[in-house]
Design a binder for this molecule. Structure first.
Ligand SMILES: O=P(O)(O)OC[C@H]1O[C@H](O)[C@H](O)[C@@H](O)[C@@H]1O
Length: 282
C-alpha cells in the first residue's frame, strides 16, 4: 500500500491525514499544532478525543495531543497552557514511505504571541507514524537576541477502556507535585499508579519509559528532552467543570504528558531545544 498524506477536513476544520505504507494512521490539526488521532498499523485508535470538543478554529481542542507552550498549566502569567494550543501552525513539510509518514508544523512569533510573551521563537512540531509507533517531537528555537525561559508539555490524552482498570508502571520512587492536593510534594511508593480519584501530578525527572496497561492492551510511553511527566484525570468531581467533556468522559481518558514543568528550560539566543514523546503499542 503506498503512503498517503492529504490536506482535508475533520469536523469542519482543516487537518492533515497521514497514512504510512504499513497502515499506521494519524490526523494532525494545524490549529493548535495538535495530533487528534493515531492508530498503529492494523490497530485501533489510541488517543482520546472528546465528543464534546469544540471545532471552531478558536477554542483549544479537548483531546489528542495539545501543545502547551511557553507555559504549562498556570505556571506563570500567560493564559493556561500558553498560546500554541489555539494558534494556527503552518504545514512546513510532509513525507512518507513504506514504513512511515510524517508532517512538520511550524509556529513563529507574531503580534499576538509578542503581546503575551515578548520573545522571538520558532517552534517545529514533527509527528511521525509507522508500524506500532508514534513520535511527536517539539523543537524550540530562540530566534531573538536575548535568552528566554519556558515551560511546556505534550499534553497526551490516552484513550482507555475504563480508567479504573488502567495500571501505569514506571513512576515508582519518583517525587511529584500533587496539584490535586495543594501542590504538596510527595514520593510515589506504589508499584503502579491507579486512578480512583482526581489525579493531577507533576512527576519530576522521569528518565524511564512508562508502561500503561489497559486490559490486554499495553502502551509504552517514553519522553526524551522533557524531564517531567504529568499524569492527569479530572475524575467525576472535576469532569463536570469542563463544558467540552461529557460527564463520564473521564472514564475513557488518561493524560500522560511529556512535560518541562518542574523547572524552566532556559534557551540562549540562537539556541535550540528539543523534546519528544514516543508512544508504542505493544
Ligand atoms: O483544561 P485545560 O486548560 O486543557 O487543562 C487541563 C489540565 O491540564 C493539565 O494536565 C493540568 O495539570 C491540569 O491542572 C489541567 O486541568
Amino acid at each position: 500500500m503506498p503512503f498517503q498524506i492529504q490536506q482535508t477536513e475533520f469536523r469542519g476544520q482543516p487537518v492533515v491525514t497521514l497514512l504510512s505504507g504499513d497502515g499506521a494512521r494519524a490526523v494532525v490539526s494545524p490549529f493548535g499544532g495538535q495530533v487528534l488521532s493515531w492508530a498503529p498499523a492494523n490497530g485501533l485508535e489510541q488517543l482520546f478525543l472528546s465528543d464534546a470538543a469544540v471545532f471552531d478554529g478558536k477554542t483549544p481542542i479537548r483531546g489528542g495531543i495539545p501543545v502547551c507552550f511557553p507555559q504549562f498549566s498556570k505556571l506563570g502569567k500567560l493564559p493556561q497552557h500558553g498560546f500554541a494550543q489555539d494558534a494556527v501552525w503552518e504545514v512546513a513539510d510532509s513525507r512518507g514511505g513504506d514504513d512511515f509518514a510524517l508532517v512538520t508544523l511550524r509556529l513563529t512569533d507574531d503580534e499576538r504571541s509578542f503581546a503575551l510573551w515578548p520573545s522571538s521563537f520558532e517552534l517545529e512540531l514533527t509527528v511521525a507514524i509507522g508500524g506500532e509507533r508514534l513520535d511527536v517531537e517539539l523543537e524550540v528555537a530562540n530566534t531573538g537576541h536575548a535568552p528566554f525561559a519556558f515551560t511546556a508539555a505534550l499534553h497526551t490524552y490516552v484513550l482507555v477502556s475504563e480508567v479504573e482498570n488502567v495500571r501505569l508502571e514506571g513512576l515508582n520512587g519518583h517525587d511529584y507535585r500533587d496539584a490535586a492536593d495543594n501542590d504538596t510534594i510527595k514520593r510515589d511508593t506504589g508499584d503502579v499508579v491507579v486512578v480512583d480519584d482526581e489525579l493531577n501530578r507533576v512527576y519530576h525527572d522521569v528518565e524511564r519509559a512508562l508502561l500503561l496497561r489497559d486490559g490486554s492492551r499495553s502502551l509504552g510511553i517514553h519522553g526524551e528532552g522533557f524531564p517531567d511527566v504529568v499524569v492527569w484525570n479530572p475524575w467525576e468531581t472535576r469532569c463536570r467543570d469542563f463544558p467540552d467533556l461529557a460527564p463520564d468522559a473521564f472514564r475513557r481518558m488518561l493524560c500522560v504528558e511529556a512535560a518541562a514543568a518542574h523547572g524552566k528550560i532556559l534557551l540562549d539566543a540562537d539556541d535550540t531545544w528539543c523534546g519528544r514523546q514516543t508512544l508504542v503499542k505493544l
